[in-house]
Design a protein. Structure first.
Length: 75
């Protein structure tokens, strides 16, 4: 998972790429690119009991660095 800046950049780039095809519906599309990770916010809050949005990036960095370990139950 990247930083917020990366997600916003991805949103802008993908929105610009599909604008010719979807026109005025670009605003909901651009918001969806960023908000699609809302499930990560919920999962982080449940697992860590921390509602600070910045902790999500720390949490997922730890998960990704330890993905090869057997003690994480990521499906």
């Amino acid at each position: 998972m990247g930083s917020v800046k990366v997600h916003v950049a991805q949103s802008l780039a993908s929105s610009a790429a599909v604008y010719p095809f979807i026109g005025e519906n670009i605003i909901p599309f651009g918001c969806a690119v960023v908000l699609i990770d809302l499930d990560h916010v919920i999962e982080n809050a449940i697992d860590t009991k921390n509602i600070n949005p910045k902790s999500i990036f720390v949490y997922y960095d730890i998960l990704l660095k330890n993905i090869d370990k057997d003690y994480f139950g990521i499906i």
